[in-house]
Design a protein around this ligand. Structure first.
Ligand SMILES: CC(C)(COP(=O)(O)OP(=O)(O)OC[C@H]1O[C@@H](n2cnc3c(N)ncnc32)[C@H](O)[C@@H]1OP(=O)(O)O)[C@@H](O)C(=O)NCCC(=O)NCCS
Ligand code: SF4
Length: 289
C-alpha cells in the first residue's frame, strides 16, 4: 500500500484541527494545541492526502516512502514552463515606465529608483503613518539613511522600484538578492504603498514588476518577512501564493523596541507567476496610453 512520510510544520499550526478531522488516526493535537502526527499509517493514504490539502497554512508535506518523491504539495513543473522561460510573456504585460491607470482612473508610473529620488523618497517615508513605518529595518526618517539606501543599489545586491503620481512617490519596492552563493537563487521582496494609494491594486502591480526583476536575475524563490500585526501584507502575499514558514518567535524589535514575532513567507517563481497571471485577468487597471 502507498505510504507517506509526513512532515508537519508545527510552529505555524493554527490548531483548527482540519487535518485531525479528516484523518483522525493520523493527526491529533498536542498539549500546545498544535497538530502532531499520531501514526503515519493511521488512515488510508487518500484520507491523509486529503487532510494535507485541507491545511490552509500548507503545513503538511507528504513524500512517497518508497520512491522519496514529494507527493504534496506538488513540486513546480518542469523546465519548459519555468518562470524564466516565460520571461518574454512577462515583458509583454509589464507596466514599467509606462503610465498606468488604476481602477479609479488615477495615473501612476512604476520605474526604477534613481539617485534623484532621494528627496521624494524621504518625503514618502516621512508621510507614512508610524504603524506602517515602525517595522522597517532602518530609520527612514533620517535623510542620510534614505540616501544610503539608494546608493546601496550600486552594489547590485538590491533592485529598487518606485511608483510615482506626478512628482510624488506613492510606493516603494525592493528585491534584495542574497550575497551568499549557496542561497543565490533566493531573494527577499519588500513592498510598501502609501496609505492613500493602498487597496487600489498598486501593491499587486508593484509585486508583478518585482517578479519581473526576480525572473531576470534567475531567482527561483522569493521570501517576504513581516511582523505578525501586518495583516494586509500577509493577505496580499497569501493571495500571491506565498506560504508561511516556521521562524523562531520574537525575532525582531520594532522601532519602539518592542519584540515582534516575524512571519516569513516563501514562494517559488512558478507559483507566483500563476497567481499574478490570474490577478491580471481579473484586475481593472489599464495602461493609460
Ligand atoms: C501590504 C501592502 C503593500 C499592500 O498594498 P496595496 O496596494 O494596498 O495592495 P493591493 O491594493 O494591490 O491589494 C491586493 C490584495 O491584497 C489584499 N489586501 C491588501 N490590503 C489589505 C488589507 N488592508 N486587509 C486585507 N487584505 C488586504 C487583498 O486581498 C487585496 O486584493 P483586493 O483589494 O482585490 O481584495 C500595503 O498594505 C502596505 O504598504 N502595508 C504596509 C507595509 C507592509 O506591511 N509591507 C509588507 C512587508 S514586505
Ligand atoms: S490543518 Fe494545518 S493548521 Fe489545522 S491543525 Fe492541521 S496542521 Fe494545524
Amino acid at each position: 500500500m502507498h505510504k507517506y512520510r509526513i512532515t508537519l510544520e508545527g510552529e505555524t499550526c493554527g490548531g483548527d484541527q482540519a487535518c485531525c478531522e479528516e484523518a483522525p488516526n493520523t493527526f491529533g493535537l498536542n498539549e500546545d494545541g498544535r497538530a502532531t502526527v499520531l501514526d503515519p499509517t493511521g488512515d488510508p493514504p487518500e484520507r491523509i492526502l486529503s487532510a494535507a490539502k485541507l491545511c490552509r497554512l500548507g503545513n503538511i508535506t507528504l513524500h512517497d516512502i518508497d520512491t522519496g518523491a514529494q507527493v504534496y504539495p506538488p513540486k513546480p513543473k518542469p523546465r519548459e514552463t519555468t518562470p524564466l522561460s516565460r520571461f518574454a510573456d512577462v515583458v509583454r504585460w509589464r507596466t514599467l515606465d509606462v503610465p498606468i491607470l488604476l481602477g479609479d482612473g488615477t495615473e501612476v508610473r512604476i520605474r526604477s529608483m534613481t539617485d534623484d529620488d532621494a528627496d521624494a523618497s524621504y518625503a514618502f517615508f516621512c508621510g507614512l503613518p508610524d504603524e506602517d513605518r515602525k517595522y522597517l529595518r532602518v530609520d527612514v526618517t533620517r535623510p542620510e539613511v534614505v540616501r544610503r539606501r539608494i546608493s546601496y543599489m550600486k552594489s547590485g545586491k538590491v533592485k529598487r522600484l518606485v511608483a510615482t503620481a506626478g512628482k510624488e512617490i506613492v510606493a516603494d519596492g525592493a528585491l534584495e538578492l542574497s550575497g551568499d552563493e549557496w542561497a543565490s537563487h533566493v531573494a527577499e521582496l519588500r513592498l510598501i504603498v502609501s496609505r492613500p494609494y493602498q487597496r487600489r491594486g498598486l501593491g499587486m502591480l508593484m509585486a508583478r514588476e518585482l517578479y519581473g526583476l526576480a525572473a531576470g536575475e534567475k531567482v527561483e524563490e522569493i521570501v517576504v518577512r513581516m511582523a505578525k500585526p501586518q495583516t494586509a501584507a500577509r493577505n496580499i502575499f497569501r493571495k500571491l501564493g506565498f506560504r508561511e514558514e516556521a521562524v523562531p518567535p520574537d525575532q525582531v524589535r520594532d522601532r519602539d523596541a518592542a519584540p515582534q514575532d516575524v512571519i516569513q513567507m516563501r514562494c517559488d517563481l512558478e507559483s507566483l507567476w500563476n497567481a499574478l497571471e490570474n490577478y491580471v485577468a481579473d484586475s481593472d487597471w489599464q495602461r493609460a496610453r
